[in-house]
Design a protein around this ligand. Structure first.
Ligand SMILES: [Ca+2]
Length: 175
């Protein structure tokens, strides 16, 4: 059985020879119960054509509704132990501060990843065919990253959305 293990961002230069359209490739590998990468992984193949940029940013719930720092390594601290209606060291399900991106150079910590309650997704899509009368001198902002100007004859558009991770953020809401 073939399964998609990872999505990688790649430009046209990293695609198979002869590919003319940029795409998000999928690295297809044989599925294993332990989900460990096999040594005979199959080469990446285009998954979605026309995608030149893909970025994921995480919204981290680091401040609770009491205005104090989230800390799940400690026991729950109630503002009023008798009423138990407000926790001091638990999140409220709402991301705080700027969304962050995990990179090899600046990886996210385990504490950050445990408190991710929302995800922003950015996609830079490029037309499959060029338009002779159009020169693309614009820049495209994908969160904290800017791409372009490409100065070619392809039309592009950035799509973005924010997804709330309900299973995590919903549990943290204060009724
Ligand atoms: Ca919060």
């Amino acid at each position: 059985m073939i399964s998609i293990r990872t999505l990688l961002l790649a430009g046209a230069a990293t695609l198979a020879a002869g590919a003319l359209v940029p795409a998000i490739p999928a690295t297809a590998t044989e599925a294993t119960p332990a989900m460990t990468p096999p040594s005979d992984a199959i080469a990446a193949v285009p998954l979605i054509e026309g995608i030149e940029g893909f970025r994921v940013e995480f919204g981290i719930d680091s401040i609770g509704d009491a205005g104090t720092v989230v800390d799940y390594t400690k026991a729950a601290a109630w503002a009023d132990p008798l009423n138990r209606n407000k926790l001091l060291n638990r999140g409220d399900g709402i991301p705080d501060g700027a969304f962050v991106s995990c990179t090899t150079a600046v990886p996210c910590t385990a504490n950050q990843l445990a408190n991710v309650v929302a995800v922003k997704l950015y996609v830079l899509a490029r037309n499959r065919e060029s338009t002779v009368s159009h020169t693309d001198g614009r820049t495209y902002t994908l969160g904290a990253t800017t791409l372009g100007p490409f100065n070619d004859h392809y039309k592009r558009h950035v799509f973005s959305t924010t997804v709330r991770l309900t299973n995590i953020s919903g549990r943290r809401e204060t009724p």
